[in-house]
Design a protein around this ligand. Structure first.
Ligand SMILES: *[C@@H]1O[C@H](CO)[C@@H](O)[C@H](O)[C@H]1NC(C)=O
Ligand SMILES: *[C@@H]1O[C@H](CO)[C@@H](O)[C@H](O)[C@H]1NC(C)=O
Ligand SMILES: [Ca+2]
Ligand SMILES: [Ca+2]
Length: 220
């Protein structure tokens, strides 16, 4: 069980995260940099909405707003598989991430992203500078985020309220097996190193509840 003080810190953190997301949205809106969302298809059962930290599985296509040129298509890129990514932590283009908020599995959206929340003033080949881009997204699955308390407890095999690298690694491998994703051993090494680099603030090789729940990314 958690001490009250730990629970409180966690709540406080979550609150601060929510507040900073809110402030960010307000600022973005004021500078005219808003993401526009059009829902193209909404399933009848839309209860499982995407929240920050959830693992999303989606297909998406990217188009240039000015002439409709397609610059990305997950169905034809690489192996044509939909992508898995964590929602709301800066793993994907910011405006796209913002546009996925509260989306549910089966839903399809058109998300219009201004350059400042996409590829910016420089662009990124083949996207030209200052380009507004449009994404068409089909969300296939939403899985509970790796940052929930439940997930922490699941990973903490010896219940000592800290996560070792080994515990995190085991969990990642289990998740990958569940999702039938095949990855090299080195992939897990990299992810574990990354998780610890971002979160193990006192560098003692273990993550406390508090360390694990802090996002170091630029928040949405
Ligand atoms: C709606 O979807 C959720 C999550 O997938 C599921 O748990 C629930 O049973 C569904 N409800 C209905 C009415 O189908
Ligand atoms: C992109 O937009 C910025 C700010 O509006 C402007 O200063 C810059 O010249 C533009 N770049 C190009 C290549 O159009
Ligand atoms: Ca442990
Ligand atoms: Ca630590």
């Amino acid at each position: 069980m958690f001490k009250m003080s730990e629970r409180f810190s966690l709540l406080l953190l979550l609150y601060l995260q929510a507040l900073s997301s809110f402030l960010h949205l307000v600022c973005a809106a004021e500078s005219g940099d808003e993401v526009q969302i059009e829902v193209l298809f909404l399933p009848e059962n839309c209860t499982q909405k995407a929240k920050k930290g959830d693992l999303l599985h989606a297909h998406y296509d990217g188009y240039l707003a000015k002439d409709g040129t397609q610059f990305y298509c997950s169905r034809s890129a690489k192996d044509g598989q939909p992508h898995w990514f964590v929602h709301g932590v800066g793993e994907i283009i910011k405006g796209l991430d913002m546009g996925l908020k509260d989306m549910c599995p089966g839903e399809m959206r058109k998300i219009i992203v201004p350059p400042s929340l996409a590829f910016g003033e420089k662009g990124k080949d083949p996207v030209p500078p200052n380009a507004t881009v449009i994404f068409k997204v089909e969300l296939l699955h939403v899985r509970r985020g790796p940052r929930s308390m439940e997930a922490f407890k699941e990973m903490d095999l010896d219940n000592d309220l800290t996560l070792t690298k080994e515990e995190v690694r085991k969990h990642l491998k289990m998740e990958a097996e569940k999702l039938k994703v095949e990855k090299e051993e080195s992939y897990f090494d990299d992810v574990v190193s990354d998780v610890f680099r971002r979160n193990d603030h006192n560098a003692d090789g273990a993550l406390t509840v508090k360390e694990y729940n802090v996002y170091e990314h630029d928040e949405l």
